[in-house]
Write a protein that binds this ligand. Structure first.
Ligand code: SF4
Ligand code: SF4
Length: 402
């Protein structure tokens, strides 16, 4: 197949080290000063005390001074609509569960075809299957389930359910599945281009929610066939979904920290299902993204807090890659009160899926000499500097965003 290669295009330069989810910026912003988790974490990482206290300040302020009247109640309610709906799907009996005692005998090639068809029917635009590299499995749980005593998210559940068997903060994670099915769900470009905004948040949350449901459904389907399967989605990841997707041939690791695909650019959200169901795997792809990102700095130039590097790659846990400063990114979100998404939509690969844009993407992948020109052409046609698009009244006017 076009673009297929034997090894992913990220460069492994040392032993791969597993990532501890407790080191994730989203976990660290919840270390409210003085709490047991905060004290334990910062005893191990005193160098992060200052930056983590800055990260936690936005949550602490919300707890200390909850606004009595929302500034924008019609749009602020979107958060509950989407992000709130994902919470039940994060429960252990949603992402995992008992496996049927009757095991259906399957042919790996035919089964892979069937799984991809089902995933697409569940809403995925891109589906790939890779071997699960154990290095991409988190070492410890860092994001708290909703029902724990943690006030940063809506208190949708209170108290740990009786007989709870799932992972709690700091529990070790062991996932030994052989395969990972990665699914990419596109975001509406028009709404993400309003970011940072509550509408961008709404769209991001909508895609997180439908993709989470699809991952949970696919996991349940596989367990009903008699094979273990575990869904990974917002609020309950056990693996790093970006390198898992790259290994499954969905795209390449890019400067912006996401994977960039030929079909959707960087404008999508990822979920995956890990499993032992016998499946034929896909090869990774070389779309020329490493070379393209070398020539194109658009995400770095447009990132408001300068969180995306303009320079070269560095070694991170055994991989040479562009390293996004996630603390800067998250502090910027906190200052705006919403997520941002600028890097996802300024990327020249993130375009409507028209015939013309598909043709340009094809050239970018096949003609290395054209890439510098294409980065310039993108600036001429779409502007070098990001301008958020107003779209304030779409819901009131009854319009559906294109
Ligand atoms: S989401 Fe915004 S702040 Fe974060 S890296 Fe992308 S452009 Fe920068
Ligand atoms: S904007 Fe340019 S540099 Fe950034 S990820 Fe996209 S192609 Fe790479």
């Amino acid at each position: 197949m076009a673009h297929e290669v034997q090894r992913p295009t990220y460069e492994v330069v040392g032993p791969l080290e597993r990532f501890d989810e407790r080191d994730n910026a989203f976990a660290r912003e919840a270390y409210l000063p003085g709490t047991p988790a905060e004290r334990e974490y910062h005893a191990r990482h005193p160098e992060l005390v200052e930056i983590d206290h800055r990260l936690a300040r936005f949550i602490q302020e919300k707890i200390d001074n909850p606004p009595e009247v929302p500034e924008d109640p019609l749009n602020e309610a979107f958060y509950e609509t989407t992000f709130g709906s994902v919470a039940p799907l994060a429960q252990p009996d949603a992402v995992d569960g008992p496996v049927n005692s009757y095991q259906v005998k399957v042919d790996p090639v035919q089964m892979a075809r069937r799984i991809k068809a089902i995933a697409r029917h569940l809403g995925a635009y891109l589906v790939g299957i890779g071997p699960l590299n154990p290095a991409w499995v988190y070492t410890h749980r860092g994001i708290r389930p909703f029902f724990e005593d943690y006030q940063a998210n809506p208190p949708l559940f209170t108290g740990v359910p009786e007989g709870y068997q799932g992972l709690k903060y700091s529990d070790p994670i062991e996932i030994n599945h052989k395969y990972a099915i990665s699914m990419a769900f596109p975001q509406n470009l028009r709404l993400v281009r309003t970011g940072p905004s509550l509408l961008n948040d709404f769209e991001t949350g909508r895609v997180y929610a439908i993709s989470a449901l699809a991952a949970v459904e696919l996991g349940k389907y596989i367990r009903a066939l008699g094979y273990p399967a575990r869904a990974h989605h917002l609020r309950n990841y056990g693996v790093l979904v970006v390198p898992v997707a790259v290994d499954a041939g969905l795209g390449e690791l890019a400067r912006c920290g996401y994977s960039v695909t030929k079909e959707l650019g960087a404008n999508f959200r990822l979920v995956c299902v890990t499993t032992d169901l016998p499946l034929a795997v896909d090869n990774p792809v070389d779309l020329g993204i490493q070379d393209y990102c070398d020539k194109c700095l658009k995400c770095a130039d447009n990132c408001p807090p300068g969180a995306i590097p303009s320079g070269g790659k560095v070694e991170v846990r055994g991989v040479r890659k562009w390293k996004v400063d996630e603390e800067r990114c998250l502090l910027y979100w906190g200052s705006q009160g919403t997520a941002c998404g600028i890097c996802q939509v300024v990327c020249p690969w993130s375009k409507p899926r028209t015939l013309f844009h598909r043709f340009v993407a094809e050239i970018a992948t096949r003609v290395p000499q054209a890439r510098r020109f294409l980065t310039k052409a993108d600036d001429w046609v779409y502007g070098a500097t990001y301008e958020p698009q107003p779209f304030a009244d779409w819901a009131r006017s009854g319009q559906t965003p294109e």
